[in-house]
Design a protein around this ligand. Structure first.
Ligand SMILES: NC(=O)c1ccc[n+]([C@@H]2O[C@H](COP(=O)([O-])OP(=O)(O)OC[C@H]3O[C@@H](n4cnc5c(N)ncnc54)[C@H](O)[C@@H]3O)[C@@H](O)[C@H]2O)c1
Length: 149
């Protein structure tokens, strides 16, 4: 199985290198090209214990990174979304990065013929998936049927 991890920040980068310890291939995706370049060159861009060692090992096992959501989705079976959800002034978690991320995934899914699992790892409030995130995804892949767990 190939796993894509969207958002290679503090949590996503750790998820990507940890997932690469399994037999699964991992593709990382980030909108920041400097992060993508660092991951591909094995240069740590976050500070976490042993991240540098795990990144080097992950690259040997085939970890790669890209800015192309479409390439990552078309070449993987499951996408973990780990984009930021900073607090709004009213205390809710902002969906300002998640909605465009889901729109990009939806557009890629529209071109895909095989099953794809999308997992929202980012922190959101209850109801966000039902009332905002799933409708956003569905709007961008209208020919696909979406199951929700
Ligand atoms: N850091 C933690 O320990 C931790 C723990 C639990 C939950 N979380 C949650 O995980 C989520 C991510 O947290 P983080 O600390 O890793 O954030 P972060 O800010 O360190 O990293 C987010 C990354 O996502 C990228 N990004 C933004 N929009 C994107 C898009 N459309 N496509 C691809 N990449 C995109 C950014 O460039 C950045 O590299 C948040 O919802 C946070 O609440 C984080």
């Amino acid at each position: 199985m190939t796993i894509s991890v969207m958002g290679l920040g503090k949590l996503g980068a750790c998820l990507a290198v940890t997932a690469a310890e399994s037999e699964h291939k991992v593709i990382g995706v980030d909108i920041d090209p400097s992060i993508v370049e660092k991951v591909n060159r094995g240069i740590p861009h976050i500070r976490e214990p042993q991240y540098d060692i795990k990144l080097a090992s992950a690259i040997k096992r085939g970890l790669s990174a890209t800015t192309s959501v479409e390439a990552a989705v078309l070449n993987s079976d499951i996408t973990f979304i780990v984009v930021p959800t900073p607090s709004d002034p009213d205390g809710a978690f902002s969906l300002g990065a998640l909605r465009p991320a889901l729109a990009d995934i939806g557009r890629a899914l529209e071109k895909k013929t095989s099953y794809h699992l999308v997992v929202v790892v980012s922190t959101v409030l209850p109801g966000s998936c039902r009332y905002s995130l799933i409708p956003t995804l569905a709007a961008h892949c209208p020919s696909k049927s979406i199951g929700v767990d």
